[in-house]
Design a protein around this ligand. Structure first.
Ligand code: ZN
Length: 152
């Protein structure tokens, strides 16, 4: 799919906004789980997502962005662990990291796909390439944490 700059910016803002929200939930979940290290990882990720969203919004100022009804590459819902009430407390840190990683990878593919189909030298190509690189770094950071977090 070929995106206009407006569409692309609107998607990127929505994605970063959602990922900020999810990371906050995951951070709270890990706190409830008494895993303060992983909670901090998620709080940092929340912070980066917010910063990224704000910088994209700054870039988009003055541009009339389309309203998105839905978009591809939303975060998947968290995997079911236990019954619904128990969910918050039962998701192990490793599962939470794995879940976040899956969504980072999907975001990376989204940005890469946009970069690949964008015109050479266009601003979208430049932005999407930069964003894909950023998601790759997030994925690697989560990999690192998964490597030192006990498997449930
Ligand atoms: Zn990310």
């Amino acid at each position: 799919m070929i995106y206009s700059l407006e569409d692309f910016l609107a998607h990127a803002i929505a994605m970063e906004d959602e990922s900020a929200e999810r990371y906050l939930e995951l951070a709270d979940m890990m706190e409830a789980h008494n895993n303060l290290d992983v909670s901090k990882v998620f709080r940092d990720m929340n912070h980066y997502s917010q910063l990224h969203r704000d910088s994209i919004m700054e870039r988009a100022s003055g541009i009339n962005l389309p309203k998105l009804k839905s978009w591809e590459f939303r975060w998947t819902s968290p995997p079911e662990v236990g019954d619904e009430d128990g969910f918050d407390y039962m998701m192990e840190p490793f599962n939470a990291l794995e879940y976040a990683r899956g969504n980072e990878v999907r975001a990376m593919f989204f940005y890469q796909g946009v970069a690949n189909s964008a015109e050479e030298g266009s601003e979208i190509k430049e932005l999407a390439t930069e964003f894909a690189e950023e998601e790759k770094e997030h994925t690697e950071a989560l990999d690192k944490w998964m490597g030192i977090t006990p498997r449930p």
